[in-house]
Design a protein around this ligand. Structure first.
Ligand SMILES: Nc1ncnc2c1ncn2[C@@H]1O[C@H](COP(=O)(O)OP(=O)(O)OP(=O)(O)O)[C@@H](O)[C@H]1O
Length: 596
């Protein structure tokens, strides 16, 4: 089971929220100019909203008190013009900000995707695909509001609050203090709520990730589920996961929604204090009606942005966990990287040497599995080696190490005398052709799929490769030949046809060293012959390691390595090993005797 399966919550380090926030802010800094424009719009709109109560005070205490209706109408027209400008600027600001935040999301998603491509096999071994998808799609999406609100809420509302406080203090400090007396209660309340809330949102995201992982796995394995009639079991697991997901959401949201009541409470008490102090303690002779009405507006103008800020904060607490999970991946270093002083591996002849190689999976974790111990061999250029042995013996591990998909623990692996760790991975892997049993077919044309082997191959090269592995004829029989669209995973192609396309893909790359994990599934006799010839064409003239299941491949190999008990139990030509009557002989008798 993968370390992080859908049954297990992902492990997350405790991270510094301020650091995450400033990292998010750094993405905004790439759009300084556009954000400056947004801020100018906001400065004007905040200014207009601050002036509005003063206009009301002026209208009541001056124009209405003195029955100056002309002046009142002029003031009204002025206020109307200001507020139309307000609406236009708000629209401009909202549009600009959504463009900026979308660009940032795109950048984060690209960074994430590019980074994931550099990560080593061990990263993918330990994470279900669904959980990786959850971060690239869901978590990135949930940052949209945070990014937008950081500029449109955080800054203007903060300025509004400060502006309101300053104006209130200037106008009447006693009323100001009375109105704002509940601030300490609000701060304490919000602190408490966010502390609990953050933890709960973290749990919610993990549950959401588990659900995603399960749905992805279930859909990918739907044929197995249906063919074994396991729909009820999978439905039950799905329901359990959705229950956990829902409960985690309810737990989190209950607390998140506490922000509003805390603010409402402080707002109400603050307003009560204003009128209590204004009317009861100071009296009408010290406080004019206009001033009291203006303060009534200011108190709303203070608490409204506080409410918005608290909503933003709530949104931040909710979604900061998404940012945490994104940065967690961006900060994951690939286990295998080029050392600083690597050189390019020149074109090799294909000699492969294992010298005292030892390897363990998941070293230093409870899942540690020692697979190879003191493995030694030298394979000459052009040799074909068949790897045989019981399941789980380490055959795939050996071939994965040749491509340096994992780093070894002890010993050295050399290609033409070059230590794998001393040459760039790109120059190494360019000269290797790796064919797994999956024969992964991408969505795209037949030609696109073959071109994965060599992106700049010409049409002639593609056709020559397909002809060499006996794939050309069947491709030409397809509706549009090489331009026929293939579905993801090669749905619509037979297993043998998928293999032939994968052979052509490998052939076009002209690898010096070929690694072939032969498919075990049986195919019809005609395709079997095509596949067999395809394999022969692939093997010709290059060093090859074949995890062999076909008797013919094993018989035609130059040497057979019998892998077991952490290393090579026996090796030699097929005839030598048969004569020796050792492990290979037993395997042969057990598995292939009746076929031979
Ligand atoms: N990614 C991995 N993480 C942890 N352990 C692994 C991993 N891959 C393989 N193993 C373990 O290493 C051992 C060797 O596995 P490997 O796939 O090399 O065997 P194999 O000989 O190729 O088997 P098969 O013939 O079944 O494909 C097994 O015990 C397996 O459980």
């Amino acid at each position: 089971m993968a370390v992080n399966s859908f049954r297990e919550d992902e492990y997350m380090e405790n991270t510094d929220k301020k650091k995450i926030l400033s990292r998010l802010l750094s993405y905004l800094l790439d759009y300084k100019l556009a954000i400056a424009g947004v801020l100018v719009c906001m400065g004007i709109t905040v200014g207009i909203s601050l002036v509005n109560p003063l206009l009301i005070e002026e209208a009541i205490d001056h124009y209405i008190a003195q029955s100056d209706f002309k002046g009142l109408i002029a003031l009204g027209i002025f206020a109307l013009a200001l507020n139309v400008l307000f609406i236009i600027l708000v629209k401009v600001r909202m549009y600009s900000m959504s463009v900026i935040s979308n660009k940032i999301l795109l950048k984060i998603r690209q960074d994430l995707y590019e980074h994931i491509q550099t990560l080593s096999f061990s990263f993918f071994d330990s994470r279900p695909t669904g959980k990786i998808l959850a971060r690239i799609i869901g978590d990135v999406n949930s940052l949209k509001d945070v990014l937008t609100n950081m500029v449109t809420t955080l800054i203007p509302e903060f300025i509004t609050v400060i502006g309101v406080v300053v104006i209130m203090m200037i106008k009447d400090w006693r009323l100001a203090l009375a109105s704002l007396s509940t601030i300490p209660i609000m701060i304490a309340g919000i602190f408490l709520v966010q502390k609990i809330s953050h933890k709960r949102w973290q749990i919610y995201r993990k549950k959401s990730s588990n659900l995603n992982a399960y749905v992805h796995e279930d859909i990918a394995g739907m044929n197995v589920v249906q063919s074994f009639g396991a729909e009820d079991e999978t439905k039950e697991i799905f329901e359990n996961l959705t229950d956990e997901h829902r409960n985690a959401f309810v737990d989190a949201v209950i607390f998140a929604d506490m922000f509003g009541p805390v603010i409402d409470f402080c707002w109400g008490i603050g307003a009560m204090m204003l009128y209590l102090v204004g009317i009861r303690f100071l009296g009408f002779e010290k406080v004019s009606v206009g001033l009291l009405v203006a303060f009534g507006s200011y108190i709303n103008m203070f608490w409204n942005p506080i409410m918005n800020l608290s909503n933003f904060y709530n949104n931040l607490v909710t979604n900061l966990t998404a940012a945490e999970r994104i940065f967690d991946i961006l900060d994951t270093e690939p286990d295998i990287t080029d050392a600083k002083d690597v050189e390019e591996l020149p074109e090799v002849k294909g000699e492969v040497t294992f010298s005292h190689v030892g390897f363990t999976y998941d070293r230093g974790t409870p899942a540690e599995t020692k697979v190879l111990e003191d493995v030694n061999f030298v394979v000459k250029p052009g040799e074909t080696i068949a790897l045989v042995g019981p399941t789980g013996a380490g055959k795939t591990t050996i071939v994965n190490l040749i491509s340096r998909f994992y780093d070894i623990e002890q010993g050295k692996i050399l290609i033409d005398g070059y230590d794998l760790t001393k040459v760039s991975m790109n120059s190494l892997r360019r000269q290797m052709g790796v064919m797994t049993q999956d024969n992964f077919i991408f969505h795209g044309t037949v030609k696109d799929n073959i071109l994965y082997g060599k992106l700049d191959a010409t049409n002639e090269e593609v056709i020559a490769a397909a002809k060499a592995v006996n794939a050309h004829d069947f491709i030409m029989k397809m509706e549009k030949g090489y331009d026929t669209e293939l579905k993801e995973h090669g749905a619509g192609l037979s297993i043998g046809q998928r293999q032939l396309i994968a052979f052509a893909r490998t052939m076009v790359s002209m690898p010096k060293i070929l690694i072939l994990d032969e498919a075990t599934s049986s195919i019809d006799t005609h395709t079997e012959i095509l596949v067999q010839r395809g394999i022969e064409a692939l093997l010709a003239g290059r060093t090859s390691f074949v995890i062999a299941h076909r008797l013919s491949t094993i018989q035609n190999a130059d040497r057979i390595f019998v892998i077991d008990k952490g290393g090579i139990l026996e090796q030699g030509s097929p005839a030598e090993l048969m004569e020796k009557k050792g492990a290979y002989y037993k395997l042969y008798m057990a598995q292939f005797a009746e076929l031979g």
